[in-house]
Unconditional design. Structure first.
Length: 84
């Protein structure tokens, strides 16, 4: 999959769907902050491009990327508690 054939917003949307945010993707891959933004603006980086292509083309996310842990969900606000 070539990034050149994808729209910039489609690339960012794919990363957000999988990682929650572009920044979370960068942190999970050990990439510098704003490196994806720089890549999409035309600043070539083989390391960042490979990480993005691997993340977008990967069919099954790593377990570290997806969490089924609901323990961090805050309780409902007292006015909304009855709506549950």
């Amino acid at each position: 999959m070539a990034l050149a054939h994808m729209h910039k917003e489609d690339i960012k949307a794919a990363l957000r769907k999988r990682f929650g945010s572009v920044a979370a993707f960068e942190r999970s891959r050990g990439l510098p902050e704003k490196s994806v933004t720089d890549l999409l603006r035309g600043y070539a980086s083989a390391r960042v491009e490979k990480a993005v292509v691997d993340a977008i083309s990967g069919a099954v996310p790593d377990q570290s990327e997806v969490s089924d842990d609901n323990s961090t969900i805050a309780p409902a606000h007292r006015l909304n508690a009855q709506a549950r």
